[in-house]
Design a protein around this ligand. Structure first.
Ligand code: MP5
Length: 206
């Protein structure tokens, strides 16, 4: 089982993780500010936990994988500051509680680094691909949403995700059957969390 095979086998779940009315309405410019701002604040809180997780992944990764992972951490430094700028522009308070889906995703990422490295590498690739494809698929977005779409849809980010895929494939190839099937279960968990995350933001209508 490699990354492309996972996407093919679970194409329905993957579609639900990456195609959502939230993103379509960003493209059309009809998303409600409340929905968008809820996503923005909750996604900042997600990225804080994600950054901690990627830091932990270095503990388990072979040194040959460091270059790509450190590239990701480097980009996260910029991304966290960018989120803070976007929140300031919109006068949003980042010091709030996580909604339940965001909290659940955080707990999932905490547990992920207790699992064998091939599972971590696969989930890391998948989480980044979800945003790469999710923000890319609708096509060119209207202002101000184009800035968000470009952050995850740009060609350099696509390339980074391909490098993550190669690293995941590298370790999946020699993983035991048990670890391979755990990777599959984890793939499905991430797909569900991604779908729920869009829905969480989309539900914020008042
Ligand atoms: C990402 C994200 C991509 N920002 N939010 C969710 C819910 N899933 C994936 O991670 P990053 O660190 O922003 O590239």
């Amino acid at each position: 089982m490699n990354c492309q095979e996972l996407l093919k086998k679970y194409s329905e779940q993957w579609q639900a993780a990456t195609v959502h009315p939230f993103l379509n309405e960003c493209k059309l410019g009809t998303i409600k500010p409340k929905q968008f701002n809820t996503w923005l604040v909750q996604d900042y809180l997600f990225v804080v936990e994600f950054t901690r997780m990627v830091g932990r992944i270095l503990t388990y990764a072979p040194t040959s994988h460091f270059d790509v992972i450190l590239m990701g951490i480097n980009a996260l430094q910029d991304e966290l500051n960018w989120f803070q700028d976007k929140a300031r522009e919109r006068q949003l308070n980042l010091n709030i509680e996580k909604q339940s889906t965001c909290a659940e995703y955080g707990i999932f990422m905490n547990k992920l680094t207790e699992m064998p490295y091939p599972i971590q590498a696969t989930a890391l690739w998948e989480i980044e691909l979800a945003y790469n494809q999710g923000w890319q698929l609708p096509g060119e977005m209207l202002m101000p949403y184009n800035e968000f779409a470009n952050r995850w849809g740009n060609p350099e980010f696509t390339n980074y995700v391909k490098l993550l895929e190669a690293q995941a494939n590298d370790v999946l190839a020699s993983a035991s059957k048990t670890v391979q099937s755990q990777s599959e279960a984890t793939f499905l968990n991430v797909a569900r969390l991604e779908k729920d995350f869009w829905q969480m933001a989309y539900n914020a209508t008042n």
